[in-house]
Design a binder for this molecule. Structure first.
Ligand code: NAP
Length: 265
C-alpha cells in the first residue's frame, strides 16, 4: 500500500506522514518544494505525484473555502481515479460553503472516501499564520466574542491515519472538534497562563483584518482568508462534536494540553 500525502509540510500533513511512518506504511509526502513537486495551481504536476499511489490524503491549499477549490478537486479526483487510486481522505473545514461543495464531489466519486471536517486548529497559534503575533504578545482576528471548539492537529492526524489504514471508515464524514468551546479571549488567556507571557486577543473588523493581511500576505490570500472569516465567524461552529470519539474511540485532546506542550516552559 502506498499513500500520497498532499501538503506534507503543513500542520496536518507532517503529522499524518509521521503517523504512517510509525505504522511502517509506505508514504510519499508532496508540496510545492518536494520531488516530485505538487502544486495545486499547476495541474501538470499532479499526475507525477499520483504514480503508484493507492490512497491519498488530500489537503487543498490555500484553503478548501477558496473559489478555485471545487474545480481543482473535481479534476484531481478524475485523474486520481484513472491513475488507480482506491481510497481518499479529504481534509475539510466546518461550516464552509465551498468546502461542502468539495465534500460532495469526493463523496459522489467511485473512490472509497472519508471526509475529516475539522474545526479551527489549535496549531494556528503555534505553527500557522498567528504564530509570530502570538510570540509578539497580541493576535488580531475578526471573530468578536464567538466561541470555537479548537481542535489539536494531532487528533486530526490520528483520525486521518486511521481512515487511511483501517477498514470501516469509508463513506464516513467525521465532524471533528476539540472537547470544549473557547472564545479567542479565553484561548489567549490559556496561552498566557501556559507560556508565562501575556498574550492578548484583539478583536478587529473584517476591513481592518483584510487591510493588515494585504500588507502581510498580499491581496489574493487576504481576499480568501477574509471571506472565510466573514463566513464562519458568526457562531455557526460554536458547538462540540463527537467525531474524534466516533473515529478513534477516545476523547480529543484539550486545548490546555496543547498549550502546555506548545507554549509551556
Ligand atoms: N487551519 C485551520 O484552522 C483549518 C481548519 C479546517 C480546515 N482546514 C483546511 O486545512 C487545509 C490546509 O490548511 P492549513 O492551514 O492546515 O495549511 P498549512 O498548515 O499552511 O499547510 C499547507 C500545506 O500545503 C502546501 N501548499 C501550499 N500551497 C500549495 C499549493 N499551491 N500546491 C500544493 N501544496 C501547497 C504547503 O507546503 P508548501 O508551501 O511547501 O507548498 C503545506 O504543506 C485547507 O484546505 C483548509 O481548508 C484548516
Amino acid at each position: 500500500m502506498s499513500i500520497l500525502v498532499i501538503g506534507s509540510t503543513g500542520k496536518t500533513g507532517v503529522r499524518v506522514l509521521r503517523g504512517l511512518e510509525r505504522l511502517g506504511v509506505e508514504a510519499t509526502g508532496v508540496s510545492r518544494g518536494t520531488t516530485p513537486r505538487f502544486d495545486w495551481s499547476d495541474p501538470d504536476t499532479w499526475a507525477g505525484a499520483l504514480t503508484g499511489a493507492e490512497s491519498v490524503y488530500l489537503t487543498y491549499a490555500p484553503d478548501l473555502a477558496a473559489s478555485s477549490a471545487p474545480a481543482a478537486i473535481e479534476r484531481f479526483v478524475t485523474l486520481a481515479t484513472g491513475a488507480g487510486v482506491r481510497r481518499l481522505v479529504l481534509l475539510s473545514g466546518r461550516g464552509e460553503h465551498n468546502a461542502g461543495v468539495c465534500e460532495k464531489i469526493v463523496l459522489e466519486s467511485t473512490l472509497d472516501v472519508t471526509v475529516v471536517r475539522a474545526s479551527w486548529f489549535a496549531q494556528n497559534f503555534s505553527e500557522g499564520a498567528l504564530r509570530d503575533s502570538v510570540l509578539d504578545g497580541a493576535f488580531a482576528l475578526p471573530a468578536g466574542d464567538i466561541a470555537e471548539p479548537l481542535i489539536d492537529a494531532d487528533d486530526i492526524a490520528d483520525v486521518v491515519v486511521a481512515a487511511l489504514t483501517q477498514d470501516g471508515h469509508t463513506g464516513k464524514v467525521y465532524d471533528v472538534t476539540g472537547p470544549r468551546l473557547l472564545t479567542f479571549a479565553e484561548a489567549a488567556a490559556e496561552i498566557s497562563a501556559a507560556s508565562g507571557r501575556q498574550v492578548a486577543y484583539v478583536p478587529v473588523t473584517l476591513e481592518e483584518f483584510h487591510a493588515a493581511l494585504v500588507e502581510a500576505a498580499g491581496p489574493a490570500y487576504a481576499e480568501i482568508v477574509t471571506a472565510l472569516c466573514a463566513e464562519v465567524f458568526d457562531g455557526r461552529n460554536a458547538s462540540v462534536t463527537t467525531g474524534v470519539r466516533e473515529a478513534l474511540g477516545r476523547e480529543p485532546r484539550d486545548f490546555a494540553d496543547f498549550c502546555a506542550s506548545a507554549f509551556g516552559a
